[in-house]
Design a protein. Structure first.
Length: 405
């Protein structure tokens, strides 16, 4: 499946460092999109819509990203994504009206989908299966670290210039990511011929995976997506200041980043469900407890629990996707897989918002606790059916059947 160990190490360097650099740029841009929109005359609701276009672009770009990676290769797809990201970010920096800004933000989301999909597929190709979870959970951790650092770096350049400088910083990080990718030799082109499988065939041949385990993936995505919404909203409900809310959110994010490598090691040693199920249960308990908090101390404690639950599951969806993706049409399959994940990530906050709109934020948060339990049940039910690496029992049975060495 792979070349020499040094080639694998080169491939990992070609993914982790560009991922970190690229995500720093995305993280720098995230806080300023709404500010840019309002500076161009957008109302607050319209500014919120422009921010949402980033996620919409990611969803729209998932399936085409798989097709592109299958056609030109994972590494070249990363280079194309970095190049298009430079164009979209430059357009956002130079935008003189909200429509142009919105189109550029949509483009940034789509290019991020291509870059993320290509990294996922690339690592799946070059990493030995018994180290796959560690490789992919590390990728997830690196992405989170980059997104966490980005706003602080962005704040520094904005302080020295203006809001538009955050976009130019992201242009610089995109170019830097492309340069790193170019400097590291490609190992995939020597080990795998590019296969062009029609998307409809991938959907037809693997529809049972998508309607079963894929449903669990959507629920996991919804739970994870909503965590970034429920903490600020409940903090606002308690009357805490924006600065305090930011500190609580930062503490939760900091805890989140601590667990990516241990999570991957557990998945490689014991199976994917040893991480996937506890992660969803911890998040579910956190969501169930959140409406019961009444002070800064109790809110912080629950925020830590939510951070632990999310960090515990770092990389689990990417790893499960890599496990079940067919080698002959891996990129196309992962494009659909990421579409399910991202669609769930967009739907979770909407469910919370629906509860708030109906007059009960607590009900919306409690609904996500139920979805968390459902996602854990879905993983337990369908994970072993489709992945031989779900747990030790499935691995033993696979070895007995001659499916594993």
């Amino acid at each position: 499946m792979t070349g020499e160990p040094c080639s694998v190490r080169s491939a990992l360097r070609a993914v982790y460092l560009p991922a970190l650099v690229f995500e720093v740029g995305i993280g720098a841009v995230l806080p300023v999109i709404a500010l840019s929109a309002t500076a161009l005359g957008a109302s607050l609701p319209l500014a919120g819509f422009v921010v949402a276009l980033l996620a919409v672009g990611q969803i729209v770009g998932d399936v085409p990203a798989g097709a592109l990676a299958a056609r030109i290769g994972d590494r070249r797809a990363m280079l194309v994504a970095a190049g298009l990201s430079v164009v979209a970010l430059s357009g956002a920096a130079l935008a003189r009206d909200v429509v142009v800004l919105g189109v550029c933000v949509l483009g940034v989301g789509a290019t991020n989908a291509v870059f993320t999909l290509a990294r996922h597929s690339y690592l799946t190709e070059v990493t030995p299966v018994l180290r796959r979870a560690r490789a992919l959970s590390t990728l997830a951790g690196v992405q989170r670290i980059g997104t966490f650092i980005g706003p602080f770096v962005g704040a520094g350049v904005i302080h020295l210039s203006d809001v538009r400088s955050a976009y130019w910083l992201a242009v610089l990080t995109s170019v830097s990511a492309a340069v790193v990718i170019l400097l590291v030799p490609d190992v995939v082109q020597h080990t795998r011929a590019l296969v062009r499988v029609p998307l409809r065939r991938v959907l037809r041949d693997h529809r049972q995976v998508f309607v079963t385990l894929g449903l669990a993936v959507m629920m996991v995505g919804a739970v994870r997506g909503s965590r970034q919404t429920v903490l600020p909203l409940w903090s606002e409900h308690l009357g805490l200041s924006p600065a305090t809310t930011s500190i609580v959110f930062g503490i939760s994010g900091g805890v989140d980043m601590l667990l990516f490598y241990p999570a991957g090691k557990v998945m490689d040693r014991y199976g994917r469900l040893w991480i996937g199920i506890p992660s969803m249960l911890a998040l579910g308990v956190g969501f169930a407890l959140l409406p019961l908090t009444t002070s800064l101390g109790s809110l912080t404690a629950v925020a830590v629990l939510i951070g632990l639950g999310n960090g515990m599951g770092s990389g689990v969806l990417m790893t499960l996707g890599a496990d079940v993706a067919p080698p002959g049409s891996r990129a196309q399959f992962l494009g659909i897989w990421r579409l399910l994940q991202d669609a769930g990530g967009a739907g979770g906050p909407l469910l919370v918002a629906a509860g708030a709109a109906l007059g009960s934020l607590a009900t919306g948060i409690a609904a996500m606790a139920v979805v968390s339990a459902g996602s854990a049940a879905g993983l337990a039910r369908w994970g072993p059916r489709w992945s031989v690496h779900a747990n030790r029992t499935t691995r033993r049975r696979a070895r007995e059947a001659g499916l594993l060495d």
